[in-house]
Design a protein around this ligand. Structure first.
Ligand code: ZN
Length: 89
């Protein structure tokens, strides 16, 4: 974590992102977005722009932070359906 995330600039950008993406942008997820996530990480030169941000719920943000892309449609990190009502479960 850097001090960047404490700046007014980031807080404005984050608020704008969450206003645009009210729901988690992971396909099939209906949770409210609570985290503005960099699509290309800042550590890899990702820009601090709305185009490089997406809203994620806490669960999908945590998955991403652990190195798993949350974009396996409808599946969790183990490849099982994320939806507890799915007939596989
Ligand atoms: Zn989600």
């Amino acid at each position: 974590m850097t001090d960047f995330y404490k700046t007014a600039f980031w807080k404005r950008l984050r608020a704008a992102c969450l206003k645009r993406d009210r729901k988690c942008t992971t396909p099939g997820c209906t949770e409210l977005a609570v985290v503005a996530d960099h699509i290309v990480p800042r550590s890899k030169g990702g820009a601090d722009t709305l185009e490089n941000l997406r809203g994620l719920c806490i669960r999908h943000h945590n998955m991403r932070r652990h190195g798993n892309e949350p974009y396996l449609k409808g599946c969790n990190a183990k490849g099982q359906p994320a939806d507890p009502n799915h007939w596989w479960n």
